[in-house]
Design a protein around this ligand. Structure first.
Ligand SMILES: C[S@@+](CC[C@H](N)C(=O)[O-])C[C@H]1O[C@@H](n2cnc3c(N)ncnc32)[C@H](O)[C@@H]1O
Length: 251
């Protein structure tokens, strides 16, 4: 366990504060990323797509009318309910854990995993299981978009502190690389503008190198088709902001 009250951090973190802390991860960004996914994964109007860790559905909103069906899957009931407020009934929203996908095998043409929704588990086998589950629900030849931070950059984060304001809140963050556990840690403290404390929690995400990820992919029958460093389709380098891997399930 990884928090003061014994709950895993990813159960605590994705509640009503998430859209405030990550307000810059907005609909406009999501639209750009969905356009990237459509062209890169060749998504057509007959495709069934899983948005794995869909959050409050900012990608689904735009993707929904471009493909045959979108299923959104997430552990946070709060974020799924928020998604339900503006998504059409055509979209299926399912609550559950990435380690156990409740879908038949080989039922999706594509799986999307946007914005570092991987590496949340302390145990390596659990993170591996997430990739295995993706492969299991993909049709053969199905495509996988995996969007992660750049692990080379993540390992260089020594101690970065930031403070910003959003609406009536002040958000203080501190990020560092925990070498011993190979995790990127981020402590987040939220105050109201009158300096009243609201909430604090710690994010903790495993840092896997590209080679380690490649091995997980290949062990799960996923071939790496392309690797990008951002959503402008620039190639991945040590300085890239992101590591975006496009995988294809073996035929
Ligand atoms: C960084 S957010 C990304 C959300 C969304 N993809 C986006 O870009 O807005 C990570 C998401 O993963 C979900 N999540 C965390 N742990 C999970 C788990 N074990 N199983 C399923 N979803 C999980 C969270 O609830 C959250 O919505």
């Amino acid at each position: 366990m990884n928090s003061m009250d014994g709950q895993e951090w990813y159960i605590q973190a994705f509640d009503e504060w998430y859209p405030i802390v990550y307000q810059h991860r907005d609909d406009k960004e999501a639209q750009y990323q969905v356009d990237f996914a459509i062209s890169e994964l060749n998504l057509k109007d007959n495709c069934r797509v899983l948005d794995l860790c869909c959050g409050y559905g900012r990608h689904i909103k735009y993707l929904n009318n471009k493909v045959f069906q979108v299923v959104g899957y997430d552990l946070s009931l709060y974020l799924l309910n928020k998604a339900k407020e503006f998504l059409s009934n055509k979209v299926f929203l399912v609550k559950g854990d990435v380690r156990n996908l409740p879908f038949p095998s080989e039922c999706f043409d594509a799986v999307l995993n946007f914005f570092t929704s991987f590496g949340y588990f302390k145990e390596h086998k659990d993170n591996v299981q997430q990739i295995e589950q993706v492969s299991c629900v993909l049709k053969s030849g199905g495509r996988f978009l995996f969007d992660y931070f750049n692990p080379i950059q993540a390992k260089k984060i020594h101690d970065v502190k930031t403070e910003r304001e959003f609406k009536t809140y002040i958000i203080k963050e501190r990020r560092w690389y925990d070498k011993e556990n190979k995790e990127i840690k981020k402590s987040i403290c939220i105050y109201s503008k009158d300096r009243c404390f609201e909430k604090s929690y710690l994010e903790s995400v495993k840092v896997y190198t590209f080679d380690e990820l490649s091995e997980m992919f290949s062990r799960s029958q996923l071939q790496i088709k392309n690797v990008y460093g951002n959503y402008n389709k620039e190639k991945f380098t040590s300085d890239s902001p992101r590591l975006i891997i496009i995988g294809v399930k073996n035929e």
